[in-house]
Design a protein around this ligand. Structure first.
Ligand SMILES: [Zn+2]
Ligand SMILES: [Zn+2]
Length: 138
């Protein structure tokens, strides 16, 4: 009579649940995917039924799907993330440019500064309004 050795069997299973909303790339159903593997923690992510994009539960993209809309959305997200992390360096560059410009204008003569300074301030204000408007878009 052969005794069965108790070898640890590794089982994997994947559960799909309807997450309750639609993909903004392709309009497909978003599913909550739960991967279970013996000895490991459950891994949960969102996956689109149609374009197969994957996101973490914090809505960070894990895998980009195959449609053009997926890649476009991914690019937009990357641009937004970049915008969110570098506003200070951007303002620093603008300030630096103004300082350099003012320095050049000083060498160019007082009369030129008097003419250019209001224009420069208006341009700066316009740039600030444009920049803030871009950041606060819906
Ligand atoms: Zn999709
Ligand atoms: Zn997608």
């Amino acid at each position: 009579m052969a005794k069965r050795t108790a070898s640890p069997s590794i089982e994997t299973s994947t559960t799909w649940e309807d997450a309750g909303y639609d993909c903004d790339h392709c309009g497909g159903r978003i599913l909550r995917r739960i991967d279970r593997e013996t000895g490991l923690r459950d891994r949960t992510c969102f996956q689109c039924e149609q374009c197969r994009c994957q996101w973490t539960l914090e809505r960070r993209p894990l895998r980009v799907g195959t449609t053009a809309a997926c890649r476009a959305a991914q690019r937009e997200r990357a641009a937004e993330a970049e915008e969110g992390t570098t506003p200070y360096s951007r303002w620093l560059l603008i300030a630096l440019g103004v300082v350099v410009l003012l320095g050049l204008l000083r060498f160019g003569g007082g009369a030129l500064v008097r003419v250019m300074l209001p224009l420069l301030l208006v341009a700066l204000a316009a740039a600030a309004v444009w920049y803030l408007g871009r950041r606060n878009r819906p």
